[in-house]
Design a protein around this ligand. Structure first.
Ligand code: NDP
Length: 326
């Protein structure tokens, strides 16, 4: 038997989440069974712990879009018992049972061996949010980061915190946008050199182009903020669009693309090909200082998840939650 956070739906369509005991034969069929050590809390997890936001297909459901642990059984030659693995994406925790569980059974193709230099707890302190932040930094590097400050929006959140720490460690000046002024010291401890109040960027664009301020941008917010930032990028600079914490609409003009050669780079972590996943995890082990990662961690248990799920939907989680499922 093992413990998991199970979300059920009643006859009136209302969902409820509770920690329950399950047996291994209840796990879905797949090649690799993992003893999960840690999981984490992402925005999507907040949706899936609650009514699902259209992401969950069937109930009862075990959420948790990412996890790290060790293989306990494998029908696939690439993995054997005892191997340390990490999983993000592939709709695990949405369409498939996920990581809020002491056991998970998944396809071998979805797993990545844990890179040398990271343990399971650190891997989940990084989690989908940090993995995506690394993909965003890699995309900016591939397109060339200009001279000057790199903007990170939603900076005190998961993606933003990790992006700030990685960029600062790589030697970039980081301007961190936050709506929570009380996080300024935290953001500076991660390496931000400038704090930009959210209100300065959250207004509808008045002019398609403003002064050229930013050498690159990791954007976790979208919406009006992204529209505004596009008009403030330096000539030829790139914005990595990661999230929609501030909205999915993009009320922008094409002028920054046409007159300043600005690039808008889409970042998807869910269907990311295997080779790039391995590359991103290796870069995380190399370029994310572990003392800064430690400073982002808020520990939690399976029992804490319903409250944390609702907190993250309200933008109230700081840094990275690490869920010890055992
Ligand atoms: P968090 O909730 O940890 O962080 C989001 C941050 O955005 C908040 O902490 C807050 O930062 C800021 N924010 C929240 N609401 C608003 C608002 N209305 N206007 C402006 N800023 C706001 O989430 P994550 O960091 O885990 O994820 C960030 C986004 O990235 C989410 O939309 C998520 O769905 C998306 N995502 C996308 C992935 C992909 O594959 N493309 C993978 C992972 C996440 P502050 O308090 O500092 O202002």
């Amino acid at each position: 038997m093992f413990k998991a956070l199970v979300v059920e739906k009643n006859d009136e369509g209302k969902t409820s989440a509770s920690v329950q005991e399950l047996s291994e034969d209840q796990l879905p069929a797949a090649e690799v069974t993992v003893n999960v050590a840690y999981s984490t809390v992402n925005y999507k997890d907040g949706l899936c712990i609650g009514p699902g936001g259209g992401l969950v297909r069937n109930y009862p459901h075990i959420p948790g879009i990412d996890f790290a642990g060790t293989v306990s059984a494998s029908d696939d030659p690439r993995y054997k018992p005892g191997d340390a693995v990490v999983l993000t994406g592939w709709r695990v925790g949405e369409a498939h049972w996920g990581g809020y569980s002491q056991k998970a059974r998944v396809k071998a193709d979805w797993l990545v061996p844990l890179p040398a230099g990271l343990d399971a707890r650190q891997a989940m302190a990084v989690g989908t949010a940090g993995f995506t932040a690394m993909l965003a930094v890699m995309a900016l590097e591939d397109h060339g980061i200009k001279d000057g400050p790199v903007l990170v929006t939603g900076a005190a959140g998961g993606v933003g915190s990790v992006a700030t720490a990685i960029l600062a460690n790589l030697g970039y000046e980081v301007a961190a946008v936050t709506g929570r002024p009380e996080t300024a010291d935290y953001l500076k401890s991660l390496g931000a050199t400038q704090i930009v109040p959210r209100d300065e960027l959250n207004e509808t664009i008045k002019r398609p182009l403003e002064g050229e301020s930013w050498a690159g941008c990791v954007d976790a917010v979208g919406g009006e903020m992204l529209a505004r930032v596009l008009g403030q990028m330096k000539y030829g600079a790139s914005v990595a669009a990661v999230g929609l914490a501030g909205g999915a609409a993009l009320p922008a003009t094409v002028i920054p693309f046409l007159l300043r050669g600005v690039n808008l780079l889409g970042i998807d972590s869910v269907m990311q090909p295997y080779d790039n996943r391995v590359r991103a995890w290796e870069r995380i082990a190399k370029d994310l200082p572990m003392n800064k990662l430690e400073a982002m961690i808020q520990p939690a248990t399976l029992e804490d998840l319903p409250k944390l799920g609702s907190d993250i939907l309200k933008g109230q989680v700081k840094g990275r939650v690490v869920v010890d499922v055992n």
